[in-house]
Design a protein around this ligand. Structure first.
Ligand code: C5P
Length: 420
């Protein structure tokens, strides 16, 4: 498995992973995750909650992991096991994470060894929730996860499938291989350190009148995933978004609504950007003369005349500074790669991410995506169906490759540019 252009085994080899297991039926899948981590060369220190031991015997983890299972703050000779575990970890992974654990962690409650450890660490933390659909969708759980995301915790969302008791729905623990990939991404190289990246995300809203608008099905999830991955890889990120989704803690966030607002924000930010990723679904048309108040039904069906919006990406292509890298997205339902290739040329960009938004599990509002990344240099990279986080990293791998292929500017050129 490759992450950020590097094999995940070479990323995980020798890294100390604290694997937290909480009390859900999916605890049995953490056994497989433990094995995958050990196979990838990680040193795995398992921590089980009391309830987790009701689902899987601690001997199972002790036999597979690099160290015996720890369960309590009060066992063994070490009086402060949580600080030792937290300080010694390169990453803490909690899989499965129950609603109780998520709630305790979000509220800083440390009532067992695992919750104490995640509060006592400065290492990145990856939380992989698993629970029944009703619990997963409860606003309390979602709000707690948003709090954790805002604090920089990586949340690997559950998938859909069979749950305990024969129910089927959302809340099933992510597959161990996907969790392994997420952990490798967290520990991956900071290959965008010092690079200023502007990312746009979400569908724009074009007013018809004071209360109505035209929009599209974009959720903004893919753009936010690109921003998240760029920040994790060391970039200085500006996220121009139409959505209220969580943004990386270190990013500068500019919230916008219409194509005109997005144009203003992106052009302003792009002046000092090394890379611009236009993942937003910018409306192509907008009402020419939106009404100031609410149009009344009693006045009959309004004649809404449309006009084209500014093509921000094409404008960026015309205005671009030497060395600046531009990435566009092409959401299509037919001749996806052909149309994306045409955009490479017509918009004058370096990379276009072709996205079949009509295929199952891909595009608008899904948590997964499948894309083809086309380069102006003729390169073609197919990225099969995977999480939007993984697709974001694949796009950034192509960005890093393009940046590396550029002739290097003189040593002080970047500093001069950023000071302008
Ligand atoms: O032309 P089309 O809308 O298919 O191109 C998609 C790409 O162009 C996306 O990267 C999108 O963010 C960008 N775009 C833009 N301004 C528009 C329309 C699309 O920047 N008005």
């Amino acid at each position: 498995m490759t992450v950020a252009g590097v094999d995940s085994s070479s990323i995980l080899s020798g890294r100390r992973v604290v694997l937290g297991v909480t009390g859900g039926i999916a605890a049995y899948k953490a056994v497989e995750l433990c094995r995958l981590l050990v196979d990838a060369g990680a040193r795995v220190a398992p921590v089980m909650t009391e309830d987790a031991t009701r689902f899987v015997g601690e001997v199972t983890f002790s036999a597979l992991a690099s160290e015996p299972v720890r369960r309590s703050l009060w066992e063994g000779p070490d009086p402060i096991p949580h600080t030792r575990l937290g300080q010694g970890a390169d990453v803490v992974v909690v899989a499965p994470a129950t609603a109780r654990f998520v709630g305790a962690y979000a509220h800083g409650i440390s009532d067992d060894l695992l919750t104490a450890t995640v509060l006592a660490t400065r290492a990145p933390v990856v939380v992989c929730p698993a629970m029944h659909t009703e619990m997963w969708e409860h606003p309390a759980v979602q709000d707690n996860l948003d709090v954790l995301r805002r604090r920089g915790v990586v949340v690997v969302p559950p998938g859909e499938g069979r749950l305990a008791g024969g129910d089927v729905g959302a809340g099933r623990l992510a597959e161990p291989a996907d969790i392994l990939a997420a952990v490798a991404r967290v520990l991956g190289p900071a290959d965008l350190a010092g690079v200023r990246v502007v990312v746009s995300a979400g569908g724009t809203r074009e007013p018809i009148d004071a209360v109505r608008f035209i929009t599209n099905r974009s959720s903004g999830k893919q753009g936010h995933a690109v921003a998240e991955a760029a920040a994790r890889r060391g970039a200085e990120v500006v996220l121009v978004t139409t959505t209220a989704l969580a943004a990386p803690a270190s990013a500068t966030v500019v919230r916008v609504d219409s194509a005109a607002e997005m144009e203003r924000a992106v052009l302003e930010q792009a002046g000092s950007a090394d890379v611009v990723v236009m993942a937003a679904a910018v409306a192509d048309f907008r009402p020419k003369a939106p009404a100031a108040g609410k149009l009344s039904k009693s006045d009959g069906i309004p004649d809404v005349v449309l006009e084209p919006t500014p093509d921000i990406l094409a404008e960026l292509g015309r205005l671009r500074r030497p060395g600046q890298l531009l990435v566009g997205f092409a959401a299509e339902t037919a001749d996806v790669v052909g149309r994306a290739r045409a955009k490479l040329v017509s918009k004058g960009v370096d990379l276009v991410v072709a996205n079949d938004v009509g295929a199952p599990g891909t595009g608008f509002d899904h948590d997964t995506n499948a894309v083809t990344i086309l380069g102006a240099d003729g390169s073609v990279r197919d990225v099969g169906l995977r999480s939007k986080d993984a697709v974001a990293d694949a796009v950034l791998d192509s960005v890093v490759a393009c940046l590396a292929a550029r002739p290097q500017p003189p040593a002080d050129a970047g500093a001069t540019r950023r000071n302008q």
